[in-house]
Design a protein around this ligand. Structure first.
Ligand SMILES: [Zn+2]
Length: 347
């Protein structure tokens, strides 16, 4: 072990305190936080309460090029794949595929599946979370809060409802013209775990926020703690690393050069989703209809009951095709307007 200078040790101790201070109210989710909040004095998380909740979503400006839009545009969320129960402390860690990088845990998951150990592989599946900046609409003068929610239990429900009740051009997330999202949280149990189901989404008109509130939002994409391949591999396999002055890994410092992470929809199941995987270079028969249930390949992905039982590899390829289609549509839409300045009218 390289000897640390007293100054280094003091600095590290100070940083450690800051990290723990920022996270002091959020210690129920494993030892390692998935966000590096050491740059903030105090960060509050939104915790849904049983019954009615009302939230205003605040976009942030994108800083990472693995996001769906390029840096400089705004987004209302970050999709994050999370592995649970990793290493001796059962940590939650971000799957590096979130930012388009290789993941040793997902590789092991594939090995297990290839060897027929489907149960083992299932254990290693990452689950898809969404991180948002929100303001409690019942406390509009309160701080911006970070909200971490399951894509399947929250985001999907919210967007499904928005899709069916709102006009196409209504933006829920625009600071000025956006809407308050009201929903009901119902406690549920799955095994030993308690969690909320989110239902009864309603969209209410609200007072505008100034657009400048975007500058106050947490830059969620740049706060993700994504361990490098070797460190994550060591944690996963229980290999102790040589001690460093910091106990927490830093987020990637430079812009990612690899391909963007795939955004994956969730199947209607309470199980974690199939892993995201890098852009397929040469998917076989990508345009032919390979759906075992006879639905439209890439179009009906995750829309039909049968999707729940679809074999992982087929579902993943179908999802890839859906991504490709959506991406092409988005590229088209992007040419027409900038999402930052696109003012939407409400009806
Ligand atoms: Zn992974």
């Amino acid at each position: 072990m390289k000897r640390k200078s007293l100054k280094e040790r003091k600095e590290a101790l100070k940083k450690r305190q800051k990290e723990e201070t920022a996270n002091r109210n959020n210690k129920n989710q494993g030892f390692k936080p998935i966000l590096d909040l050491s740059g903030y004095d105090e960060v509050e998380f939104f915790k849904p309460v049983k019954g009615d909740n009302r939230l205003d979503f605040i976009p942030f400006t994108i800083t990472k090029d693995w996001m769906p839009y390029e840096p400089g545009f705004d987004d209302y969320k970050v999709d994050v794949w999370v592995h649970r129960n990793v290493g001796p402390n059962n940590d939650r860690v971000i799957c590096p595929k979130t930012i388009g990088k290789a993941c040793p845990i997902c590789e092991e998951r594939k090995n297990m599946r290839d060897q027929g150990d489907d149960d083992g592989a299932k254990e290693l599946r990452p689950s898809l979370k969404c991180l948002y900046n929100v303001i409690n609409a019942d406390d509009r003068d309160g701080p911006i809060l970070i909200f971490e929610a399951s894509q399947f239990l929250f985001e999907k429900e919210m967007l499904d409802e928005a899709y069916s009740v709102l006009e196409d051009d209504v933006s829920i997330f625009d600071p000025e013209t956006g809407l308050t999202v009201k929903f009901r949280a119902t406690p549920e149990k799955w095994g030993k775990a308690d969690y909320f189901k989110f239902k009864s989404f309603k969209f209410e008109e609200r007072e505008p926020y100034d657009d400048s509130i975007i500058e106050e939002a947490y830059p969620l994409d740049s706060l993700l703690v994504v361990m490098d391949y070797e460190s994550l591999s060591n944690l996963f396999y229980g290999i102790p690393e040589s001690p460093e002055p910091t106990l927490l890994p830093k987020p990637e410092p430079e812009p990612e050069k690899e391909k963007p992470a795939r955004r994956r929809r969730t199947r209607p199941t309470s199980e974690p989703k199939p892993e995201p995987k890098p852009e397929p270079e040469s998917e076989p028969m990508a345009n032919e209809n390979q759906c075992p249930s006879g639905y439209e390949w890439g179009v009906d992905c995750n829309e039909k009951n049968e999707c729940q039982d679809c074999p992982d590899d087929i579902f993943t390829r179908c999802a890839d095709e859906q991504d490709r289609i959506k991406k092409a549509e988005k590229e088209k839409a992007k040419e027409k307007e900038s999402p930052r300045r696109g003012r939407r009218r409400r009806v």
